[in-house]
Ligand binder design. Structure first.
Ligand SMILES: Nc1ncnc2c1ncn2[C@@H]1O[C@H](COP(=O)(O)OP(=O)(O)O)[C@@H](O)[C@H]1O
Ligand SMILES: [Mg+2]
Length: 365
């Protein structure tokens, strides 16, 4: 298609696992060609420093008071973004016209008017000699939105690739979970609770592990139903008006004292329960559920979701879309839409007052 652009999307999610990069070709509307995807894991040491830094930051002031560390981490992660970008661009030998650079979320407080993504777009633009779009969430928040989730408009485009006329719910399980409900012209979206964050944080704090590979630890433990019953009534998880989350809002301390495997089993079931109850509260009709994000590889979590949601659940990979890269593709798509001044968020996806575009362009070469 002649009016299509080649875009590179870069996403580093709340799990702090690393950077996903995708090149797509799109007109920002219905045409889509996914060219390539690539992943670069953050070095363990960087992961630790990022996680430690994020844990110290409780508001914008904390960032100002620690601006030296912020800037040095920012430079470091930006250079990793440059590295993976060069890699995927060189491999594909295509002429990128715009780069969508999400950056690493440090704090997300839309109710206080901000969401901070670490990442130096000027430096990335200079290093890559590319136009870089960043700060995707600010305009949405300025217009009364939650600044999240932003991927739904891309999810809607993806549904045209699925051979079904039923309502579709795309459920992304990253550090935090979010869904997009797509049916005809309707697009409804929200964060929906924890994803891998409770499980990963517990593993990190108790054993220095990053995640429960394939959900095998969870499958070897017993679920503590008393704890589940007690905590699932917690108002935080049931708050109706809750539309987006900061990863630090999730606290695993309610499983303290349990045997290690039982704690993981309980956190995994708890995560599935919150996701399914919140979906069921908001979406009443029968839907085909399609999973993406790293959490879809946690087989125990997926097993619980299948049972609790009582819907058809498939992995997005079954439709030839790599479920690890939906978000990086989405930020490539959003960068094209942003570049063309098209809306990227809607009242039904972020609670914004009206459909708005978003992202700021940096050209520094
Ligand atoms: N094989 C696996 N088994 C279980 N969980 C996994 C597996 N692979 C990845 N994950 C989980 O997915 C996370 C990464 O998912 P991702 O979609 O990148 O989340 P985010 O957008 O928050 O970065 C990892 O931190 C881990 O919790
Ligand atoms: Mg990730």
């Amino acid at each position: 298609m002649d009016n299509s652009l080649f875009a590179l999307g870069l996403m580093s999610g709340t799990s702090l696992d690393g950077i996903d990069a995708s090149i797509i070709k799109s007109d920002g509307e219905n045409y889509l060609d996914i060219i390539d995807n690539k992943y670069l894991s953050y070095p363990v040491d960087l992961k630790k420093r990022l996680s430690y830094f994020i844990n110290q930051i409780n508001d914008k002031n904390d960032i100002n008071e620690n601006i030296g560390i912020y800037k040095s981490l920012e430079r470091e992660i930006t250079l990793y973004h440059a590295q993976i970008s060069r890699n995927i661009i060189d491999k594909n030998k295509c002429k990128i016209q715009v780069v969508g650079f999400h950056g690493q979320t440090i704090i997300h407080k839309p109710k206080d008017g901000y969401s901070v993504q670490m990442g130096d777009a000027n430096l990335l633009s200079q290093t890559l000699k590319q136009k870089v779009i960043h700060n995707f969430r600010a305009n949405d928040i300025k217009n009364g939105g939650e600044g999240a989730p932003l991927t739904p408009i891309y999810h809607k485009l993806l549904t045209t690739k699925f051979p079904t006329n039923n309502p579709i719910l795309i459920l992304n399980i990253g550090g935090i979970s979010n869904y997009s409900y797509c049916y005809k012209d309707k697009l409804i979206a929200s964060d929906v609770g924890p994803g891998n964050v409770l499980i990963d944080e517990y593993l990190k704090k108790t054993k220095g592990l990053h995640y429960d590979k394939n959900g095998s630890i969870a499958s070897s433990g017993n679920i503590n139903q008393n704890i589940i019953n007690h905590f699932y009534e917690h108002e935080f998880y049931n708050a109706k008006e809750k539309h987006s989350y900061d990863r630090k809002e999730f606290d695993f301390s309610f499983v303290r004292g349990l045997e290690f495997e039982d704690a993981i089993a309980t956190l995994t079931y708890f995560t599935a329960l919150i996701i399914s109850k919140n979906i069921q509260k908001r979406i009443r009709d029968e839907v085909d559920i399609i999973l993406c994000g790293g959490g879809r590889k946690n087989l125990t979590l997926v097993k619980h979701l299948k049972k609790l949601l009582n819907s058809k659940i498939k992995l997005i990979d079954e439709f030839n879309i790599d479920g690890d890269f939906v978000e990086s593709q989405a930020f490539a798509y959003l960068s094209i839409r942003s570049y063309l001044k098209m809306p990227i968020s809607y009242p039904s996806t972020t609670n914004v007052n009206a459909p708005v575009t978003g992202g700021e362009i940096k050209i520094n070469y």
